[in-house]
Write a protein that binds this ligand. Structure first.
Ligand code: 2P0
Length: 323
């Protein structure tokens, strides 16, 4: 056993969204999803299993974390300890690399990096498919961050076949411009928001059917490198996800006035022939899928309205890296 492992994983932006679980404990999703891994947010994590500590310690950005956060990491490491027959506590050191002013933490890069580091440290040496299954149990979207480029997370029929697969390396003039509208912690966590939507939104059943349909079409568009179609499907799918939240009880909405402002700018850019498409997740920040070659033009427009620090250009990112 090596006992020490260190890895890096990148965040991803969903173009076909994951929103809702059919199994809360195993983190099995209601629908398959598809994302683009990005290069500008990542997490580096080191896991060391040690004989000389009597509990797990978790440092995030050099700060020792409290009971609740450490417990999440411990429960996740238990999966590896159990599989490897390991009875040691761990010291985990994690660092989130995010552009200034973003203040954005990604559970996707976090759990993917933790899974990859624990895989080495525990000596399990799982392949990427198994690693995706493990990462999924920490946070659904982490299943996708095992791979770079466009990635599909197949909902599967059980625990063992719900994992991500790489679809395309995205090396065809693709970029994402991120507009940090607000970097404050969200009031309703994804986990809570998903549960409320599944339990109460009358639109939920239609969402699941429609997301599977969108997925089928976006995969064809990506295969054909049809940028406009890829963007249009992604933009519509994102809007549908927010629509089902508006239908929940009580209803909720992650958008802020500035989110709408960005959507208007994107539509205006399209009218001018600069093809780009927006998508929002469980927060007010807007991600704009664009041609990487046009990303600076798009940023120039956005900084007429926003601080340059709020606008970040991302390229397609790679999969997990063992350090
Ligand atoms: C996604 N989101 O596909 C969707 C779209 C947010 C909106 O996955 O409960 O942190 O840990 O499995 O993965 C964010 O939720 O949720 C997310 P859990 P996760 O990217």
């Amino acid at each position: 056993m090596k006992s020490r492992g260190r890895a890096r994983a990148y965040a991803n932006i969903a173009l076909i969204k994951y929103w809702g679980k059919r199994d809360e404990k195993l983190v099995l999703p209601m629908n398959s999803s598809l994302s683009l891994t990005i290069d500008c947010f990542y997490t580096e994590t080191e896991v060391i299993f040690r004989k000389d500590v009597d509990r797990d310690y978790f440092y995030l950005n050099d700060k020792l974390q409290g009971k609740d956060t450490t417990e999440k990491v411990s429960k996740f490491l238990d999966l590896f300890r159990k599989a490897a027959g390991l009875n040691l506590s761990a010291v985990v050191k994690s660092r989130n690399y995010v552009p200034t002013a973003a203040g954005l933490a990604s559970s996707a890069s976090g759990f993917a990096a933790l899974a990859a580091a624990a895989n080495v440290a525990s000596g399990l040496n799982l392949d990427n498919r198994q690693l995706s299954i493990y990462a999924r149990q920490g946070s659904g979207s982490a299943a996708r961050s095992i791979y770079g480029g466009f990635v599909e997370w197949k909902k599967g029929s059980s625990h063992q076949d719900s994992y991500a697969v790489p679809i395309d390396d995205a090396q065809w003039d693709i970029g994402i411009v991120i507009v940090m509208v607000n970097s404050m912690e969200k009031l309703i966590s994804s986990r809570e928001g998903m549960k409320r939507t599944v339990d109460t939104s009358p639109f939920y059943k239609v969402w699941v059917e429609s997301a599977e349909e969108d997925l089928k079409h976006i995969k064809i568009a990506i295969r054909n490198r049809d940028f406009k179609k890829t963007g249009l499907i992604a933009e519509r799918n994102g809007l549908k996800m927010h629509a089902i939240m508006l239908g929940a009880n009580p209803p909720f909405c992650y958008w802020e006035p500035d989110s709408l402002k960005v959507m208007q700018i994107v539509r205006q850019l399209r009218r001018e022939g600069i093809y780009c498409y927006f998508t929002l997740d469980a927060g007010p920040n807007v991600k704009i899928l664009c041609r990487l070659s046009e990303s600076h033009k798009i940023k120039d427009r956005l900084i007429q309205f926003f601080d340059p620090d709020q606008v970040i250009i991302a390229k397609p990112g790679p999969g997990i890296t063992i350090l």
